[in-house]
Structure formats: structure tokens, C-alpha cells
Design a protein around this ligand. Structure first.
Ligand SMILES: [Zn+2]
Length: 118
């Protein structure tokens, strides 16, 4: 499938989610990381974590497609952490995991730090 399909799916997911990550709910940026850094007070060194990425609900390696119904918008950090787990958590389990960590202050935030890894 052409790359543009994935980009369109990501952009529509970003808009549908109000610009917030599917998992952690933090705001994300699609472009202009410097501006995001200023607006949210996130250090430039950490701003990559809030980059909007296309998250495949069914992973590509399992046959997941780039179409809208398989794409949500997730920040780079949540996306990375999901696929870091082996096997990757399913989306609902990952959201629950992220929410638990958030409640304990152990996920990233626009003002905080990552205290520990999975
Ligand atoms: Zn996130």
C-alpha cells in the first residue's frame, strides 16, 4: 500500500483524537517540534516522545493494513514501548498498562520524566 495511505490514516486519526495519544492521552505534534516544546514546556531533548505516529492496531507483521480502521494516532513513546514488549501487547492491554503507569506517575508526561522502564 502506498505510503500516502498511512499518512492520511494517521492524519485523520490525529484529528479524530483531538491531537491526543490513543494510549497516554498526552498532546502530540505532527510538525513543528520546537513550537510544541515551547507551548507545553517539554525539553527539546524529550520532544520526540510526543511525535504523532501511526499505530497499527493489528501489527504489520500480522497482516495489519495501513487503512483508517487499523490506524490510531499514538505518541512515539507509547508506540515504541508497545512494540518493545515481546510479543507486542494488544492495544487494549497496552492502554491499560499505560493508564496504570500514568496513575503511578511512571509514564512520560509533558512535565515529568520516565522513572523506569517496563
Ligand atoms: Zn502516548
Amino acid at each position: 500500500m502506498p505510503k500516502s495511505t498511512l499518512i492520511k490514516s494517521r492524519q485523520s486519526a490525529f484529528a479524530a483524537q483531538g491531537g491526543n495519544c490513543n494510549y497516554c492521552g498526552h498532546p502530540m505534534w505532527e510538525s513543528q517540534p520546537e513550537k510544541f516544546s515551547q507551548v507545553h514546556g517539554v525539553r527539546l531533548r524529550q520532544v520526540w516522545r510526543f511525535k504523532c505516529t501511526a499505530e497499527h492496531l493489528v501489527p504489520r507483521e500480522s497482516g495489519g493494513r495501513d487503512s483508517k480502521d487499523n490506524i490510531v494516532a499514538a505518541c512515539a513513546y507509547c508506540n515504541f514501548q508497545r512494540h518493545r514488549a515481546r510479543p507486542a501487547r494488544d492495544p487494549e492491554a497496552h492502554r491499560a498498562h499505560v493508564q496504570r503507569r500514568l496513575a503511578k506517575g511512571r509514564w512520560h508526561s509533558t512535565t515529568g520524566y520516565i522513572l523506569s522502564q517496563t
